[in-house]
Design a protein around this ligand. Structure first.
Ligand SMILES: [Zn+2]
Length: 107
C-alpha cells in the first residue's frame, strides 16, 4: 500500500481517486472516515490520503498525481463560491458540493 497523495479535503481526494480509477489503477481513500473520530490528531494525520494498493501501479499513479496537481493549479480561477455556506465548488458545478445550494453564474 502506497500513499501517493495527501489531499486537502475529501472532495479533492475523491477527484483524484476518480482519475486513478479511470486509468484502472486500484486505489482508495484512506483516513476518510476518521476525520471526526480522531479530531485531536495533528492536522496532517487527519487529512484524507489516496493510497494505491499494487506496487506495479505506483509509478503510473505518481504521473497521474502530477497531472492532477498541475490541473488543480490551472483551475484555481474556476471556482464558484456558495452564498449559503461559503465553500468553493468547481465552476462547472450547478449545486454546491457541500450543502446543495444552487450556485449562481458568477463567482
Ligand atoms: Zn454551500
Amino acid at each position: 500500500m502506497h500513499v501517493v497523495y495527501v489531499a486537502r479535503d475529501l472532495w479533492e481526494a475523491q477527484l483524484l481517486l476518480d482519475q486513478l480509477i479511470e486509468l484502472w489503477i486500484k486505489a482508495r481513500i484512506d483516513n476518510a472516515l476518521c476525520l471526526s473520530a480522531y479530531g485531536e490528531l495533528p492536522y496532517l494525520a487527519s487529512r484524507p490520503r489516496v493510497v494505491v494498493e499494487r506496487d506495479s501501479d505506483v509509478e503510473r499513479a505518481r504521473v497521474a498525481v502530477r497531472e492532477f496537481e498541475a490541473r488543480q493549479k490551472a483551475d484555481v480561477q474556476g471556482v464558484k463560491r456558495c452564498t449559503r455556506c461559503g465553500d468553493e465548488s468547481p465552476e462547472n458545478f450547478e449545486l454546491c458540493w457541500k450543502c446543495g445550494e444552487e450556485l449562481g453564474a458568477g463567482r
